[in-house]
Design a protein around this ligand. Sequence first.
Ligand code: PGA
Length: 252
Amino acid sequence: MRKQIVAGNWKMNNDLKASKKLAIQVAKKVKKSNLKGTKVIIAPTFVNLERVVKATKNAKIKVAAQNMHFEESGAYTGEVSAQMLKSIGVKTVILGHSERREYFSETDEMLAKKVNSALVNKMNVIFCFGEVLEDRKSGNQEKVVESQIKNALFHLKAEAFKNIVLAYEPVWAIGTGETATPEQAQDMHAFIRQTLTNKYGEELAESVSILYGGSCKPGNAKEIFSKKDVDGGLIGGAALNADDFLAIVTAF
Ligand code: PGA
């Protein structure tokens, strides 16, 4: 059975006080809503990770980093490694977010190395990918998504996918208020699952959770999550408000 997951990517928002406050609010609401099976993840910025881990120690919430470097240590000014994240209790990392690809020039090749490093360190990966508007307009969205997945993940052995969650995030829908329709999301998720089936077989493809991301809000989450191949969401803007985030978490 695939896991249902809702992850909040806080991006470069919330100082320490605001991070702790939001984490505690989310934790309380998660407890109250008595979730059946939905896994909740929050991803604060690096500097606030440790305090958020502590603040949510007894809650049913996992804390993820938004990025990491692929080397263990060394002369990489400003970077953070998997081993460092693990040392503060962070066992999940978001990799390949479109903002990392666009503003920080992350390539499929670098992402393959980051995925390797996360897995070697026994971390869980939320691997993001998705097409830009021009790809969608020219009908190339499947080709683009297929190559992003193949280039960064298809060197892996099947077992590795036990620790990988995929997040399809059409770039044209991120932070724009424009969401993929539930049908567009389902079509792409089915295509992604087929791509996994072609390489690793149906059993594996059926076991991998595929999240949707891009302007997912309380008002549209239910319909998107009701689609057969959508196993949850990666939430940006709406994850910064505890009520909105929980409305999405409980949308299943
Ligand atoms: P958004 O961001 O929900 O604000 O569109 C999603 C994401 O970037 O993960």
